[in-house]
Design a protein around this ligand. Structure first.
Ligand SMILES: Nc1ncnc2c1ncn2[C@@H]1O[C@H](COP(=O)(O)OP(=O)(O)OP(=O)(O)O)[C@@H](O)[C@H]1O
Ligand SMILES: [Mg+2]
Length: 341
């Protein structure tokens, strides 16, 4: 009856609605055996009572099967009011915020964010897209959105509308090619403003395109923003180099659930339909399995994906749900099933 053996059993307890367990979500704060008794303390970050009850019941049942019903003391704690209140108050109307991250630059993170946003919109959801890439905001170009946002009567910034998606980006404020030279704390402040001083209205989901990398800036952002979860975009070759693991670790450090991995630029399909796995095959899926996180799909290299981005019309905003957009629609559907419970 060691901490390890108790924790091992708790790994079989899934967080309701997720394929991940309560240990990997970082919710188990204490697991201890003492004179034949098991003491477990679980601290939730959500105040949903039914979630707490389900976890309490499942954890108790799993431990009782091994150590006997009378020896199990499971405590499930809901977050305290102070730790919760600011989040609810400041992002009222936004149902869930999902961050899109990558360990490295240039893997197609912004392309993926823009296409997921448009796919969710086509699926009938109310969608926002927040570009947190202060230094190289590419969302305005990809979404075909430009101009200075207006301020409403409540002095909130009105996001621009592109393809039915509400979009906010530093690119709207700092128009043109002026380089933005800022220090970390200013970036976090600006992002907070984007989150809390923008008239997002009611959103089913706000997608956040994080700056590339997994350094301090990204970590701070993950802590600042009340995230429902994170998605990691990777290419096959970076997956095999452990870059994905850095992204996963970043989210885990701040207890943000990992909603899944999307592999971009998975293969190139030639004119006769042969798939060329230029960067190797299956890297993203293998890494997802190894890390025990959902794999959301593979997006091939397709010319119209690049063209759609350059023209400001992501492929998923175009009419069809087939062809180039299909892979992104499939990924959006998979993400929907892991994140929208
Ligand atoms: N699946 C794809 N097929 C074809 N082109 C793609 C695909 N994914 C991304 N691209 C192209 O690759 C380039 C880089 O993509 P993108 O800007 O989305 O990457 P990023 O990870 O956001 O980069 P950064 O780190 O600079 O923010 C863009 O020109 C984009 O159009
Ligand atoms: Mg980008």
């Amino acid at each position: 009856m060691t901490e390890e053996s108790i924790t091992e059993i708790l790994r079989t307890v899934k967080y309701p609605g997720f394929s991940r367990d309560i240990v990997s979500f970082g919710l188990v704060k204490q697991a201890r055996g003492d004179h034949g008794k098991v003491y477990v303390r679980i601290e939730l970050t959500s105040s949903k009572r039914d979630v707490a009850e389900a976890i309490d019941r499942d954890a108790t049942k799993a431990l009782a099967a091994e150590f006997g019903e009378d020896n199990i003391h499971v405590e499930v704690h809901l977050p305290t009011e102070e730790t919760q209140a600011p989040q609810q108050q400041t992002t009222s109307g936004i149902n869930r915020i999902i961050a899109v991250a990558s360990g490295k630059g240039g893997v197609g993170k912004s392309t993926t964010s823009a296409n997921l946003a448009c796919a969710f919109r086509k699926m009938g959801l109310e969608v926002g897209l927040l570009d947190c890439d202060i230094y190289g905001p590419s969302i305005p170009l990809m979404m075909g959105a430009s101009g200075r946002p207006e301020i409403n009567a409540e002095e909130k910034i009105i996001p621009l509308n592109a393809h039915g998606v509400r979009v906010m980006s530093m690119g709207f404020i700092n128009e043109g090619d002026n380089p933005v030279i800022w220090r970390g704390p200013m970036i976090v402040k600006t992002i907070q403003q984007f989150l809390f001083s923008v008239a997002w209205g009611n959103l089913d989901v706000l997608l956040v395109d994080l700056p590339p990398g997994t350094g301090d800036a990204q970590l701070t952002l993950c802590q600042t923003v009340p995230l429902a979860g994170g998605v990691i975009v990777t290419t096959p070759q970076e997956a095999s180099l452990g870059v994905v693991r850095r992204g996963i670790n970043m989210f885990r450090k701040v207890n943000v659930p990992i909603l899944g991995i999307i592999e971009n630029m998975s293969y190139f399909e030639d004119a006769s339909g042969n798939r060329n796995f230029i960067f190797g095959e299956g890297g993203g899926r293998t890494e997802a399995e190894r890390q025990n996180v959902p794999f959301l799909g593979e997006v091939p290299i397709i010319q119209s994906i690049r063209e759609g981005g350059d023209a400001g019309v992501p492929v998923t905003a175009q009419d069809h749900q087939s062809g180039a957009g299909k892979a992104f629609f499939d990924a959006a559907t998979a993400l929907y099933s892991t994140a929208f419970k």
